[in-house]
Design a protein around this ligand. Structure first.
Ligand code: ZN
Length: 141
């Protein structure tokens, strides 16, 4: 019986199949990353160009995966703009970006009784503006 021969042949086949599987997995990951980046760009262009619709939007995870790590926002009241690092936002990663709008407020002009609404502008790959004047409500507690 050609046990050794069989082992060699199947060893090669399994190795080949494993490489194919890994390659396919990598291609899939890359395709998802490209799709996520495309969604981020689409959402950003719509928001910046037409002011919306904000929904549906990519999730925090999709933004980070697509390389769009910064969310640019503007205060409706004082018009301060800021870039927020998405990886620092303490929300589940499957939270859609549009949901953050209601959760953010401006530090420059907010009072204990009044939180000026925030307007989402776009997603960016790099920080465009200082994040300083903006807080997440959870960070105050
Ligand atoms: Zn403000």
């Amino acid at each position: 019986m050609g046990g050794r021969r069989r082992q060699r042949i199947f060893g090669d086949r399994v190795r080949g199949a494993r490489i194919s599987a890994q390659h396919a997995r990598e291609q899939a990951r890359k395709a998802i990353r490209e799709a996520d980046a495309a969604e981020c760009l689409l959402w950003s262009e719509q928001m910046e160009g037409f002011g919306g619709p904000a929904q549906p939007s990519p999730t925090i995870a999709q933004c980070l995966n697509g390389g769009y790590g910064w969310l640019e926002v503007m205060c409706h009241r004082c018009e301060t703009r800021a870039s927020l690092p998405l990886d620092a936002i303490r929300r589940p990663r499957d939270t859609p970006i549009w949901k953050l709008e209601a959760a953010l407020r401006c530090r420059s002009c907010a009072t204990p009784g009044y939180a000026p609404p925030v307007h989402l502008i776009r997603l960016t790959r790099e920080r465009k503006i200082a994040p300083y004047p903006w807080v997440h409500p959870d960070d105050d507690r």
